[in-house]
Design a protein around this ligand. Structure first.
Ligand code: HEM
Length: 270
């Protein structure tokens, strides 16, 4: 079943009785471990505790600084020959910006692994290559996070997994937003206007899933209702709604706008 209307979608997402599908408790491998330890696929108290930590991490990331770093990295990518939003060197910018801000040792390398795990992070369907990339991300984050909490502190969120989650959540969605804004660009129209329109009509995360009576319920995230045109971009349904709404929306918008503007103001095509 799919929920298509924006008002019904917002109501479902705001209702705590709808849960998210949880990952397998027994699957082995690094991707399975990552999925079990992030907030995105947890319910109840585990979700709340991990989300608190994620929000605290994101509160420390100033959108303006992220935008400056995104502009620098985009300029360097253009100088190395990248010309459009789909070039892997441009696609790598959002994950690299977030990884640098949260202390990964090799932020530029992180984007390549984030790309390898992007589909499997959502679906759980893994391969040895995906597990190897998830393992590299978790080790890189472990260095940034410091020592793991002692296993006796059972409910303590694993900071390394939460740091990887930020990169995994940021990478594909922010890259897709940039690419769609560049595709939809119209001369004379402000990038911010195009960005808002893309989020309403072609959201980078087109749908999410909740579980009701043991069955998956797909919730579409487009919001073509004209009333949504007046809402600030970070409050659009494209970023979800309710207790699981995207906590990185402001950071995502700052990075995406900066990459778009840098591409437009240079030899890049956007
Ligand atoms: C254009 C880019 C982005 C879009 C469209 C987007 C969209 C979303 C959506 C729709 C959800 C909620 C999923 C649900 O309720 O089932 C979500 C969750 C999340 N997003 Fe984003 N996101 C973007 C970028 C980012 C960035 C840059 C970060 C971090 C720096 C981030 C971090 C997160 C996290 C941690 C969650 C899980 C929240 C929770 O477990 O409660 N996102 N995102």
């Amino acid at each position: 079943m799919t929920i298509e209307t924006a008002s019904r979608a917002a109501a479902v997402l705001s209702d705590p009785s709808f849960s998210v599908p949880e990952p397998s408790r027994t699957a082995i491998g690094e991707l399975a471990r990552l999925r079990r330890e992030v907030s995105r696929f947890a319910n109840g108290e585990a979700h709340a505790a991990r989300r608190r930590e994620v929000v605290a991490l994101l509160d420390g990331l100033d959108p303006e600084r992220l935008a400056d770093d995104a502009a620098d990295r985009t300029r360097r990518a253009i100088a190395s020959g990248a010309r459009d939003a789909d070039d892997p060197r441009i696609r790598a910018v959002p994950a690299a910006v977030i990884a640098a801000a949260i202390g990964f040792a090799d932020p530029s390398g992180v984007a390549a692994d984030a790309e390898v795990v992007a589909d499997a992070y959502r679906s759980g369907a893994t391969t040895p290559q995906i597990d190897a990339a998830a393992g590299r991300l978790l080790r890189g984050a472990g260095d940034a996070a410091g020592p793991r909490p002692h296993p006796s502190i059972g409910s303590e969120p694993d900071t390394a997994a939460l740091l990887v989650q930020l990169v995994a959540q940021a990478h594909r969605a922010t890259g897709d937003l940039v690419a769609r804004v560049c595709e939809a660009a119209v001369p004379g129209v402000e990038p911010a206007t195009t960005l808002h329109e893309v989020l309403r009509h072609h959201p980078p995360v087109p749908a999410t899933v909740r579980v009701v009576d043991g069955r998956p319920l797909e919730v579409a995230l487009a919001d073509p209702d004209p009333a949504a045109a007046a809402r600030p971009a970070h409050e659009l349904l494209a970023f979800g709604a309710g207790p699981r709404r995207c906590p990185g929306a402001r950071q995502a918008l700052a990075i995406a706008a900066s990459v778009v503007e840098t591409l437009r103001g240079s030899e890049g095509s956007c």
